[in-house]
Design a protein around this ligand. Structure first.
Ligand SMILES: NC(=O)c1ccc[n+]([C@@H]2O[C@H](COP(=O)([O-])OP(=O)(O)OC[C@H]3O[C@@H](n4cnc5c(N)ncnc54)[C@H](O)[C@@H]3O)[C@@H](O)[C@H]2O)c1
Length: 425
């Protein structure tokens, strides 16, 4: 196998595992990152974050000289024939895509771009964005689709299962031209090893990812709304999900206190905003966002109904992370729970086994003290599920809102602790 020089711009939770797999499969990979610390750690063979298997694979690749990291994107691109971009795009305060980082990366790439190179964007983008980078990349003096290939190939894996999913989940590849797509398909087929799903355009590839995220958000909103109905009527929604989903058609998800992370609460806006601008209806996606973002407030309201006015009451939020077992809190529902509690005058503290008190403070919360009147479970961490009634009693907690349906309700009830579950009870 001839060795390709590949560049991955963005050595984060998605970019670094991808770089490791490409290197393991024979590519010579340079990771470009803007963080000095990240570059130093990667070059030392140390993974800057927790992700199963990545530390070992990185150390192996660095030791074998197959993977290095640099701050110099332009220089690395000038020596490469395949460039992958996987840096963050978040939301501006008015829910627009903040393209500032990725545009600066496109500019750095343009300065080093060589004839025959393929540039593949993997960061989730609003439809049409990859094409909008053409004028920037053409500042290289090269013509897109003629002198260099342009591809959009969304990253669709998620933390905690990145390595196993990278090679299993099919890699969607769309190109500016059929030759661009073919170049992407050939590279990913050879060096990633995942099944390839080619699509007809850059835009189809962008929309495949964004549409998938809208599907997820709408499905969660449906579960949340049906869940409240079941709760009001005293129907066991967990049981209902189990039996409803046996027909081979339904795939009801579980309700929850809210949606967090880089993806689900963010990407629907890429579609919604563009649809609004184009005057194309996007009602379902808009309503789903509203329903899901209302969940934290609904859960706080559930607590207030039981213990009365929350003013000056000490409430403990259990969990900063938006997913169990992962130290990731981007757009975690914990923030909305905190804001809603503060609005009602409560005194709010937070505990999370994955964060130190210093980190909890840095993220805008008061670390837990040894007393609270009520608790709200936000994150389904194993450590929280393992807590016995004594833990709550010692703190003085008499009521717990179980925003994930994760706690042993009957055991806590027996010990005199009331559990207000999102699933009823
Ligand atoms: N995190 C997920 O679960 C997930 C899942 C699927 C897809 N994605 C996609 O991957 C993208 C990246 O996510 P992530 O989790 O890897 O983010 P991350 O924050 O873990 O990593 C991003 C990396 O990019 C680097 N960076 C920032 N600006 C840069 C610049 N100008 N030049 C070079 N490097 C720069 C950062 O230092 C960081 O190391 C997301 O925006 C999303 O589109 C993420």
């Amino acid at each position: 196998m001839s060795t390709v020089n590949a560049v991955v711009v963005g050595g984060g939770k998605m970019g670094l595992p991808l770089a490791c797999v490409l290197a393991k499969n024979g590519a010579s990979v340079t990771v470009c990152d803007a963080s000095v610390k990240t570059v130093e750690l990667i070059n030392a063979g140390v993974c800057p974050f927790e992700e199963e298997g990545v530390g070992e694979l990185l150390a192996e690749n660095v030791a074998a000289g197959r993977l290095t990291a640099t701050l110099e994107t332009t220089d690395a691109v000038s020596k490469s024939s395949f460039v992958i971009v996987i840096v963050p795009v978040l939301l501006t305060p008015d829910n627009r895509a903040d393209l500032s980082i990725i545009v600066s990366v496109a500019e750095a790439i343009a300065k080093g771009l060589q004839p025959g190179t393929t540039v593949s964007f993997e960061t989730t983008l609003p439809v049409g964005t990859t094409r909008s980078f053409i004028p920037i990349l053409e500042k290289s003096g090269l013509k897109a689709g003629v002198d260099f290939h342009l591809v959009f190939s969304p990253e669709r894996v998620k933390s905690r299962s990145v390595l196993s999913h990278l090679t299993k989940i099919s890699k969607i590849v769309g190109g500016l031209t059929p030759a661009c797509r073919a170049s992407g398909e050939e590279f990913y087929g050879k060096y990633l090893g995942a099944p390839i799903s080619g699509v007809g355009s850059l835009e189809a590839s962008e929309f495949a990812k964004v549409g998938g995220m809208v599907y997820r958000d709408v499905s969660i909103a449906l579960a949340n709304e049906l869940g409240w109905y079941a709760k009001q009527l005293g129907i066991d929604f967990r049981e209902m999900i189990r039996v409803t989903n046996t027909d081979g058609e339904a795939n009801l998800l579980t309700p929850g206190i809210g949606v967090g992370g880089h993806c689900t609460p963010v990407y629907p806006y890429f579609y919604i905003n563009d649809a609004i601008e184009r005057e194309i209806p996007s009602r379902l996606a808009q309503l789903s966002r509203t329903i899901n973002d209302a969940q934290p407030g609904e859960c706080v309201g559930m607590l207030e109904e039981v213990i009365g006015d929350l003013a000056n009451k000490q409430v403990l939020i259990m969990g900063l992370g938006f997913r169990p077992g992962v130290k990731e809190h981007t757009m975690s529902p914990a923030f909305l729970v905190r804001d809603d509690l503060l609005k009602r005058g409560a005194k709010v503290t937070l505990c999370d086994p994955m964060y130190t008190d210093e980190e909890i403070t840095k993220h805008g919360f008061e670390p837990a003290t040894n007393e609270a009147e009520a608790a709200i479970l936000v994150t389904n961490h194993d450590e929280f599920k393992a807590l016995g009634a004594d833990w709550y009693s010692q703190l003085g907690i008499k009521v717990v809102v179980d925003g994930r349906g994760a706690l042993d309700q009957s055991a806590l009830n027996q010990a005199g602790i009331q559990v207000l579950s999102i699933f009823g009870g």
